[in-house]
Design a protein around this ligand. Sequence first.
Ligand code: IPE
Ligand code: MG
Length: 221
Amino acid sequence: MDGNGRWAKQRGKDRVYGHFEGVESVRAVMEASVEWGIRYVSFFAFSEENWGRPESEVNTLMELMASAMVRELDNFQRNNIRFVVVGNLARLSESLRQGIDHLMSVTAANDRMTMIVFLSYSGQWDILQAAQKMAHDLIENPGREVRPEDFTRHLVTAGFPDPDLLIRTSGEKRISNFMLWQTAYTEFVFTDTLWPDFRRESYRAALEEYASRDRRFGKIK
Ligand code: IPE
Ligand code: MG
């Protein structure tokens, strides 16, 4: 989700205004995903690098997430949506962590769709923390063969399928330390649309572009 700040600036408003409007795009994408039978939707909400933004913006983003979680509880239950947050959560405030834990446990058995929010996340951090756990395993079983699936069970996305499609908004064409391992065969769609303008129609267009791709996974037809 990129382009909130530029969206606000274009309107002569504070960056925060773009984040508020961006929440509405999350809601629109969630609603369409439920309707269209998407099983997993991930949102890169806040990166490890985003901690380097001014404290006031960081605080606003955290408050925005905390309030959205409280507000959306009914919606998750009504639509049978499981809510999951992954990332370096030790950096979050105690109260936000409690809010996340609560929503995650209350929605844990929901199975129509899973919403995964990446918070305080970076792909390199994920690989490092997985490697650390892997090293621990190897100390207990020296010389054991390590297959990719032995490694992926230590990533924070363990148990979730790798993403089929990654959409980046706002015209930037880079991965910015998102799921580095998990996107090995992901299809990428880049759109100039700024995140606050990314609603149902933009989402549909991205899915249509995805549907036209020929995925060979390194093999031949
Ligand atoms: C995305 O919008 C939101 C977050 C990264 C939290 P930006 O805040 O990056 O918006 P731009 O890139 O400055 O327009
Ligand atoms: Mg940005």
